[in-house]
Design a protein around this ligand. Sequence first.
Ligand SMILES: [Zn+2]
Length: 446
Amino acid sequence: MSTTTWLPDLIYVNGRFESGRALVCDDKILKITDANESPNAIRLNNRALLPGLINAHSHAFQRIIRGRTEHRSHHTTDSFWTWREQMYAAANRLASEDIYAASRLAFLEMALTGITAVGEFHYIHHAPDGSTYSDPNLLAREVIRAAHDVGIRIALLRVAYARSGFETEPNPQQIRFIEHSPDTYLKHLEQLLDAPELKNDMAWAGMAPHSIRAVPLDYLKTVVAFANEHSLPVHMHVAEQPAEVSACIEEYGRSPVALLETEGLLSKRFTAVHAIHVTPKAIASMARASAIVCACPTTERNLGDGVVPVDAYFDAGVRVALGTDSQIQIDLLEDAREVEYHLRLQKTVRNVLAPVDDDSSSALARRLFDCATVRGAESIGFAGGKLEPGAPADFFTVDLDDLSIAGCLVDDLLANIVFSLSRTAVRDVVVAGKQIVKDGNHGLHG
Ligand SMILES: [Zn+2]
C-alpha cells in the first residue's frame, strides 16, 4: 500500500492538539512529522484530525425500529420489556438480505459520524422458523459484509443464547437466537473463525454470552473457557434492568457480578455492557479483575434502564467504553457527554467525572474522549483509538468552521468537540489508510 501524508490544521496527539504536524500512513501510522518536511501532503484546510471513534456495543439491525417504539403500546406502563417485544417482532421479520441492508444503513451512519470500528453484538442466527441455515453463520457474515462494504472495522461478537430465563417458559420470539448446547455454539463459532472474511484485520470475532438470564452457568463457563484459551474478547449484558439482578439472585443466590467473579469469569478481556444496577462491592470486583464496562447512555435513557455509575467505576479504576446499542441515535460523542450529563442530573452538581488531580480545561473532555476511543478499542480487542506510530491509520476530521464549535481556543477545542460538536461537522473518515468519507460524503450515500 502506498504512503499518504495528511496535513490538517491540528492533530490530536498524546491528549492535546498540535499544529504544524503531518500524519504519514500506509494502512498504519508510520510517523507524525513536522509539516515542513511534508511537501506532498494532502492539505486538510480548517480541519482538526482525531483518532477514529470505537463503538463497543451495537445491534445494527435495531436501526430499523428507530422511531417506531416511541408510543404507548400496551395501555400499561411501557418499559424495557415491552420495548423488547416490539424489537423481537421486527427481528423476526428480517430475511438475510434485510439484515444486510439494515446493518449497512447503521454502519454507514456510524462512518459518517467518525466511527471507524464497531463491536457488533450479533444474536440473530437462524431462519425465521428457527431452523439453522446451511451456513450457520450466514447472518453473521451478512453483517460483516455490510461493515466491509461501508469500510469500517468490525468485531463480530457472536452471541450465545440458550433460554428465555430461569424457570421461564420458552419465548417463541427468541427462536432465531437460540443454540441450546454449548457444543453447537462453539462449533458454529469455530466455523466463523475460519471464514475467509475474518482472515484480515478489518474483521475478527469475539464471544458474547448474551446475559446471565439467557445463558445458564455451565454453558457460560464453557464459553468463557474457550475465549480464554483463544484470547478472544467476551462481551455480556450485565445488570441492565433490576429484574435481571433479582432473577440471578433467585437462581444462584448471588448478583450477576458476584456470580461472574466467584466463578472466575471476569478478566481484562471481559466487557460488562450496561452494568447499571450494581453495588459498591460489584464495582470493586470489576476493578480487581481489570474488566471493562460499556455504557450506552443514549440507549439507556431511551429504554429507561437507569444511569451507569461511571463516577464510581472511575474512582475504582475501571475502564469504561461506549456503545450506540439500539441505534436510537448514532453519535458516540453524544454518548460521551451523556455519561457525564446523566450524573449531573442525578447528583445536581457539575463536572462529576473530571479527574480530581487535573483542573485543565480539557481534562474532563479528554477522559470522556478516551472512553469513545482507546477504551472502546481495548474492549473489542483492537490496538486502535490513538494516533501514534504503529497504530492503525484510522481517524476522522472535523470542520473547525462548523458553527457548533467555531471560534473556540485550541485549548478548549476538545471540550467543544466532546460537549458541543454537531455530528455533521465530521468531514473526512479514514480506515486502514483508506478514505471512506470525504468532505462529509460517503460513496454509498447521496
Ligand atoms: Zn445490547
